[in-house]
Ligand binder design. Structure first.
Ligand code: ADP
Ligand code: GLC
Length: 483
């Protein structure tokens, strides 16, 4: 079974969030199931630099009006295809926005070109590279199912497709004026095609036309049936509910394993937790924090409304007041960034803040922090709580999406049954978060209970095994249906 995975980022090449972790880990997860997955990503400068001298295996004189080449390489030993379209992707800045954080105005065109190319490849445009199925991720690959179904590669095969929703909040919604430039037939301009609330909806198109829709946790798969989480697409989720699956993300245990993590000052395992102290001291030093016997909270996050980071800024005085300290790594909304900097200035030695993106530091925080705070308003899956569980950094989370599915709250019943792995709160507001932080501090001062929470999480299996099998089973089902 040969699968083409289409994504706008993949760990090892380019990463802004969890999508990259998942796209980067899926090929190995599927290889274990006997499927060969080829990853297809845009040729941003960082990607071209990483793949070095790569072979061009195809070219387009006009891919939606732009010149492009297809480069072949490897990512973690698995096949990789890169769309080298300099006018679209050869820019400095992020994958979606310029250096100042403004979205590129032609994002619709950039990612329509990626999707058009993916449909051509899947249809057989590149000699010697045939695919049985396409797996599209998020709105950036949302038009792939539309091209496959409504404007397939001439003379090619029509293969089934799966779209995975990693985040319903980003839908790729554009004005109707762009429609004629997408190279789709006029008949695609209906509610059964790419039209969405009078504009073009990239994610909507994918959800409408893919053979299956998946999202990254069972709870989120249920939540997006509601207005609050469906964000305008709940009707479509309901209409296609027999095609919607919730498959939990795993973690890449080669990248995220405290026993072998090269970023840590000290490696450790569930049986050797004492060695963690060295990592905690290193984090304290790196963030200019006082040393004491209280818990060290950490945050590794986009600083946004989704992540509840605005609420956290209002709970910091309480956190410090009850003996906690905080080391935060993140970037995002300017207002939230400023609020964290102000809190650090109010509480020198107790709160340390690093604005920016730093992969190594994200590992060091998981390896040295006592608890990681994740008060998300919604969270399709979330990976930082999984890294926390694997590293003995207790997740303190809201009960939503994948956070609800992966963390077992330390309530009296779970403590008595010795199965708890973290702390959950019911709502995302000042009181609920303050109470969750208080519960964490209290538990931390019961060392035996705390250690059990840590070892429970570290011994749990969050690898890709089960989820890789679930994706493979879904692919097989779609291929059988097609016959
Ligand atoms: P989302 O994709 O919504 O941001 P996830 O929890 O799924 O949330 O994934 C976030 C990923 O990005 C994790 O791998 C996390 O460690 C990483 N990350 C987030 N912020 C930073 C940062 N400032 N520096 C380094 N890594 C970060
Ligand atoms: C999105 C979601 C996050 C999820 C990630 C990978 O960024 O916000 O919850 O873990 O995608 O699926």
């Amino acid at each position: 079974m040969k699968v083409l995975s289409v994504a706008s980022e993949a760990a090892g090449l380019v990463k802004t969030g969890g999508l990259a972790d998942v796209a980067g880990a899926l090929p190995a997860a599927l290889a274990a199931q006997g499927a060969e997955m080829t990853t297809f990503v845009p040729g941003y400068p960082a990607v071209l630099a990483k793949i070095g001298k790569a072979k061009a295996v195809h070219s387009w004189d006009s891919l939606l009006g732009t010149k492009a080449r297809l480069l072949a390489g490897k990512l973690g030993g698995h096949p990789l295809l890169v769309l080298d379209a300099p006018a679209q992707f050869g820019r400095e800045g992020g994958p979606y926005a310029d250096a100042a954080g403004r979205d590129w105005e032609d994002n619709w065109h950039r990612f329509a070109a990626l999707a058009r190319a993916a449909a051509d490849i899947a249809g057989g445009a590149v000699k010697g590279r045939a695919f049985d199925l396409v797996h599209a991720h998020d709105w950036q690959a949302g038009l792939v199912p539309a091209y496959l179904r409504l404007a397939p590669f001439k003379g090619g095969r029509v293969v089934p497709s799966v779209i995975t929703i990693h985040n319903m909040a980003f839908q790729g919604y554009y004005p109707a004026e762009i429609f004629p430039q997408l190279g789709l037939p006029p008949s695609a301009w209906t509610v059964d095609g790419v039209e969405s609330y009078g504009g073009v909806g990239f994610l909507k198109a994918g959800m409408q036309l893919a053979d299956a829709i998946t999202t990254v946790s069972p709870t989120y798969a249920g939540e997006i049936r509601s207005v609050e989480f469906g964000m305008g697409l709940e009707g479509l989720v309901l209409a296609r509910s027999n095609r919607v699956h919730g498959i939990l993300n795993g973690i890449d245990t080669a990248e995220w394993n405290p026993e072998h993590d090269p970023h840590l000052a000290a490696n450790y395992s569930a049986g050797k937790l004492a060695a963690r102290t060295k990592n905690k001291r290193a984090v304290e030093q790196e963030f200019g924090l006082e040393r004491d016997d209280g818990p060290l909270f950490v945050v590794v996050s986009r600083l946004t409304w989704q992540k509840g980071m605005d609420v956290l800024t209002g709970v910091l005085d309480h956190l410090v007041g009850i003996g906690g300290r905080l080391a935060l790594l993140g970037s995002g909304d300017a207002e939230i960034e400023q609020a964290f900097l102000a809190a650090a200035a109010r509480h020198p030695g107790r709160i340390g803040v690093k604005l920016g993106y730093d992969e190594g530091l994200s590992h060091r925080l998981q390896g040295g922090g006592d608890a990681i705070l994740i008060p998300s308003r919604f969270e399709p899956c979330g990976l930082t709580q999984l890294y926390g569980l694997a590293y003995g950094c207790i997740p303190v989370v809201s009960r939503t999406g994948g956070l609800a599915d992966t963390v077992i709250d330390a309530n009296p019943a779970a403590l008595a049954a010795r199965v708890a792995t973290g702390i959950q709160m019911n709502a995302v507001n000042h009181n609920a978060l303050a109470m969750a932080v208080s519960r964490a501090v209290a538990l931390y001062h019961s060392p035996a209970e705390w250690k059990r929470l840590q070892t429970n999480g570290m011994k749990a299996d969050f690898s890709w095994g089960a989820s890789g099998a679930a994706y493979a089973a879904l692919y097989r089902q779609l291929l059988e249906e097609q016959e």
